[in-house]
Design a protein around this ligand. Sequence first.
Ligand code: THU
Length: 135
Amino acid sequence: MAKPYPLNPKSLIEAAQKTRNKAYAPYSKFKVGAALLGKSGKIYTGCNVENASYGLACCAERSAVFKALSEGEREFRAIAIVSDSPEPTAPCGACRQVLNEFAPDISVIMPGKKRTIKTTLKKLLPFAFGPKSLK
Ligand code: THU
């Protein structure tokens, strides 16, 4: 099996872009795709899925995390998030918290038309509340 490292951000971004086409976003019209790299080297993709009851929308990032978890992967290295907005699309607060549960050290790649931001969840969610906080 190919070594999961070094991370190839290009293939992660491409996977997120492809999945974005599957987004169900008839209300916001804001289609998002995410691609999550598991410790195994496997990539899990997700798109946003909205609902006529607006508050039930699920973001692309959480779709990818839940898909990966339900397939047995529990540790993650990186996530790429794409929309077609000119600026990079950052994960919402709820998605940051869900990512923190399983991958506090994950890299976050946010490509935009003008610039790409590569950062970490640690920087996006400082002083996070997580599993260790309950001990
Ligand atoms: N959305 C995502 O899927 N990920 C983000 O990082 C930001 C927001 C979705 C939720 C909703 O379906 C739409 O984008 C507009 O907020």
